[in-house]
Design a protein around this ligand. Structure first.
Ligand code: DX5
Ligand code: ZN
Length: 214
C-alpha cells in the first residue's frame, strides 16, 4: 500500500491548520512540507517557525523536504520545530555524508533527494544510512508542474540498485506532478511514497483524491 504525503505547498496558506486537518481526515499518511530558500530553487516558502506553528495541528508525520542551500545550518531548527523526517538534496550538500549523519544522530530518519538531471550514483555509498530516497519528478520550486517521464527509468534503476544490495526497505519517494494517472506509472516503477500537492489540495473531495493515488 502506497504512503500518500500531501504537500502543503498547494494548501490554503490563509487556513493552513484547517487544510492539514482536512487531509488528515481524508486519509493522508504523512504531511509533506516544502521548504524553499529562493537560492537552491527559484521560490521562497517558509521556515521552522511555520513548522512549529502547525505541529500541534496533527499527529501525522512531518516529512520535511529541504530545497535549500547549506541545509546543515537549519536542520537543528527544523528538528526542534517538530520535523519527523528530513530530506536534503544531494545537489545542495558538499558533504552529504556529514549532513545525513547530522539528521540520523538527532534520531530522525534521513532522506536524500535528486533533481531530474542528477544521477542516483551519488547515493550508492550512503545506502546504509538512508531511510528514504526522493526522486524529483519535476524540477523543484513549484506545485502544479507537469510530470517528467524520464523519471520512470530512473525509478526502475533505483529499485534495482536497492534490491541488488538488499536495501529494499529504503522508501522510494516521488514528488511533483503526481496524480491519478502518473501515480499508476510511478508505483509500477517502484515508488512507495507519493507526494501530491495540486492533485489533493485543489480537489474539493480530498478523500477521493487521496484514494485515487493509492
Ligand atoms: C516541488 C515540491 C513538490 C510540489 C508537488 O518543488 O517539492 O512537493 O509541491 O506539487 P504537485 O504535486 O502539485 O506537483
Ligand atoms: Zn517536495
Amino acid at each position: 500500500m502506497s504512503i500518500i504525503a500531501p504537500s502543503i505547498l498547494s494548501a490554503n496558506f490563509a487556513a493552513l491548520a484547517d487544510d492539514i486537518k482536512d487531509v488528515e481526515r481524508a486519509g493522508a499518511d504523512w504531511i509533506h512540507i516544502d521548504v524553499m530558500d529562493g537560492h537552491f530553487v527559484p521560490n521562497l516558502t517558509f521556515g521552522a517557525p511555520v513548522v512549529q506553528a502547525i505541529r500541534p495541528v496533527t499527529k501525522l508525520p512531518f516529512d520535511v523536504h529541504l530545497m535549500i542551500e547549506r541545509p546543515e545550518q537549519l536542520i537543528p531548527s527544523f528538528i526542534k520545530a517538530g520535523a519527523d523526517r528530513i530530506t536534503v538534496h544531494a545537489e545542495a550538500c558538499t558533504h552529504l555524508h556529514r549532513v545525513v549523519h547530522m539528521i540520523k544522530e538527532a534520531g530522525l530518519p534521513a532522506g536524500v533527494a535528486f533533481n531530474p538531471a542528477t544521477p542516483i550514483a551519488a547515493v550508492e555509498n550512503l545506502l546504509d544510512d538512508l531511510d528514504l530516497i526522493l526522486i524529483m519528478t519535476v524540477n523543484p520550486g513549484f506545485g502544479g508542474q507537469q510530470f517528467i517521464p524520464q523519471s520512470l527509468p530512473k525509478l526502475r534503476q533505483l529499485r534495482t540498485m536497492l534490491a541488488e544490495r538488499g536495501m529494499s526497505h529504503i522508501h522510494i519517494q516521488v514528488d511533483g506532478g503526481i496524480n491519478a494517472q502518473t501515480s499508476v506509472l510511478v508505483r509500477e516503477a517502484g515508488a512507495d511514497v507519493l507526494v501530491a500537492g495540486n492533485a489533493v489540495f485543489l480537489e474539493q473531495d480530498r478523500a477521493a483524491a487521496i484514494a485515487s493515488l493509492r
